[in-house]
Design a protein around this ligand. Structure first.
Ligand SMILES: CC(C)(COP(=O)(O)OP(=O)(O)OC[C@H]1O[C@@H](n2cnc3c(N)ncnc32)[C@H](O)[C@@H]1OP(=O)(O)O)[C@@H](O)C(=O)NCCC(=O)NCCS
Length: 143
């Protein structure tokens, strides 16, 4: 029996392995050479010079995941969230992307914001964060 050890590592140590191994598999998966563009993003919305809201997540292979959007309590309902979402949609197009996606709890008020902006619920993630059901929202930007 092989003795296999699993240990923590870093991107620096594994980048070369990752690149070489994936490029060998890309031809099989996609039938061509592909670029898997990855960008971590984080933006702030300023109102009168103060941080009124933030949005962050990851752009990956044409899709932007909104991991987190929050506005300051005193700024809510003043379109800061709308502006952050619209900004990230335009930024996604600038990155060459076609879609924004996120998940939210079905009972949270943010649902109406996403629906207003044209996002569609395409799945329920059962017993997801803290074992609660979450909704998957998607918006296609180039159709
Ligand atoms: C959701 C959130 C980012 C929207 O930002 P915002 O600046 O308030 O949004 P806008 O003013 O552009 O749009 C208004 C919409 O935001 C949401 N919203 C407004 N006030 C809110 C509040 N006090 N709490 C939660 N959501 C609120 C509602 O969907 C609202 O639409 P509605 O008036 O039709 O119900 C913000 O309210 C917030 O930070 N909520 C708490 C954190 C959160 O739930 N983040 C989303 C996780 S998926």
């Amino acid at each position: 029996m092989l003795q296999i050890e699993i240990l923590p590592t870093s991107p620096t140590e594994t980048n070369e392995f990752e690149k070489a191994e994936w490029s060998a598999v890309d031809e099989e998966h996609w039938g061509r050479e592909i670029e898997w563009k990855l960008v971590d993003y984080r933006f702030k919305a300023l109102l009168d010079g103060k941080i009124a809201g933030i949005i962050f997540g990851k752009f990956e292979a044409g899709t932007t995941y909104v991991d987190n959007i929050i506005t300051g309590k005193e700024f809510r309902g003043r379109e800061v969230g709308t502006k952050l979402m619209e900004f990230i949609e335009n930024w996604t197009l600038e990155q060459g992307g076609h879609k924004v996606w996120l998940v939210t709890h079905k009972k949270w008020r943010a649902n109406s914001l996403y629906l207003k902006l044209g996002y569609q619920v395409t799945a329920t993630l059962k017993k997801h964060f803290l074992t609660e059901d979450f909704l998957l929202y998607e918006k296609f930007l180039t159709e």
